[in-house]
Design a protein around this ligand. Structure first.
Ligand code: ATP
Length: 366
């Protein structure tokens, strides 16, 4: 994947991390390389066990790579213990001191590195303002809410002015509404401080909302790095298309390729134009990915690319999902935006056709 311009805060080069020995050996990271730019909100996204936390721990210095190197602003950080790295971590369990006040918690790290009292007070005041917790500065952290604890944990991690802030699923303990609020808040904090944030999550919506770029991980590997739009609109692999958003997959054969686009013939005989991921020259068999909102449902007539029977109709306020069983037996979902009185009624059991427009499909390796 070509690298975009911009100075790198972190460069991970060929990093492997193996736990255990013999039969119990696990490659938590299987030769991972990625560059994270200065002032970037970068997210590691993937299912449980894919190696996200391991990569974060290696950057923080809590663990060491089995092979490869990690550079911070161009320098190998292997010799530096965690407390000497200009990197700070916000953990899932905020790890605040319950007997201390909000202000004491925020100033704790600065005290540990021997900063003068006046400097600590000024910095704590600045941080309280940044996370909007001035009114609660004298409260013990055992007497504030989960969302407020999250803000204190962030302020404490930001107080020593790290160059990179690592965030390991920091919003997972919050309820849905608070999590949505904190997503916006985190983005604001990153923007205002200019610090590089490396955020770990298994929640695709969280990743799409906040990130400048996302690395999608699976089984110890990084499969794709890109902007949220790139990852959603141009998934490079089937796993990425499946993990982020909803996708329909159709098998087909390439009939022709021209100017980075393919014409793919489906088993129904329909010919569908499809874009190709960068660097992918398809042979005969491919899988097409079509997002449910990029397909149109209508009558099962000659204009339809696919035909089938409506199995289920789910009304979701802003849009309606039609679950179809295609004539070849496979499943297909179409999402239609609702408008007042618009759209024909398609009850379960009715025959329907699906039209796939010129820019709706992307071909992936079969
Ligand atoms: P989650 O979202 O569940 O936290 P993750 O993507 O952060 O998952 P990791 O915690 O990095 O995943 O784990 C990656 C793999 O390495 C898993 O198979 C895990 O069981 C294994 N692993 C992690 N730490 C250790 C360890 N200390 N000893 C042995 N195996 C480990």
């Amino acid at each position: 994947m070509p690298e975009q311009p911009g100075k790198n805060a972190i460069e991970v080069r060929g990093v492997r991390k193996v736990f255990g020995t013999g039969e119990n050996q696990v490659a938590a990271l299987d030769t991972v390389s990625v560059s994270i730019r200065e002032n970037e909100f970068f997210t590691l996204l993937g299912p449980s066990g894919c190696g996200k936390t391991t990569l974060l721990r290696l950057i923080a210095g809590f663990d060491f790579p089995s092979a490869g190197e990690i550079l911070l602003h161009g320098h190998d950080i292997a010799p530096l213990p965690p407390f000497k790295r200009p990197v700070n971590t916000v953990f899932q369990s905020y790890a605040l001191f319950p007997h201390m006040t909000v202000a004491q918690n925020i100033g704790f790290g600065l005290e540990m590195i021997g900063k003068p009292k006046g400097e600590i007070e000024a910095r704590v005041a600045q941080m309280l303002k940044l996370v909007k917790m001035e009114a609660l500065k004298a409260r013990r952290t055992s007497q504030i809410s989960g969302g407020q604890q999250q803000r204190v944990a962030l302020a404490r991690a930001l107080a020593p002015q790290p160059k990179v802030l690592l965030l390991d699923e920091p919003l997972s303990a919050l309820d849905y509404k608070l999590r949505k609020e904190m997503q916006i808040e985190l983005k604001r904090l990153q923007h205002e401080t200019g610090i590089t944030f490396i955020f770990v999550t298994h929640d695709q919506e969280e990743a799409l909302t906040m990130s400048d770029r996302i690395a999608v991980m699976s089984a110890g590997k990084i499969l794709q790095v890109g902007t949220p739009r790139d990852i959603y609109d141009k998934p490079a692999e089937r796993f990425v298309a499946d993990f982020i958003g909803e996708s329909n997959f159709l098998k087909g054969e390439v009939k022709s390729v021209a100017d980075g686009r393919a014409t793919v013939r489906l088993s129904s005989g329909a010919e569908i134009p499809a874009s190709l991921p960068e660097g992918f020259t398809p042979s005969v068999g491919v899988t097409l990915v079509v997002r449910p909102e990029h397909a149109q449902i209508g009558p099962a007539d000659a204009n339809a690319s696919l035909r089938g029977t409506v199995e289920n109709v789910v009304y979701l306020g802003t849009d309606t999902h039609f679950h179809l069983k295609l004539d070849d037996g496979s499943a297909f979902i179409v999402r239609r935006q609702n408008s007042r009185g618009g759209g024909e009624a398609l009850a379960p059991g009715s025959r329907a056709g699906v039209a796939i427009g010129a820019n709706a499909a992307q071909a992936l390796k079969d």
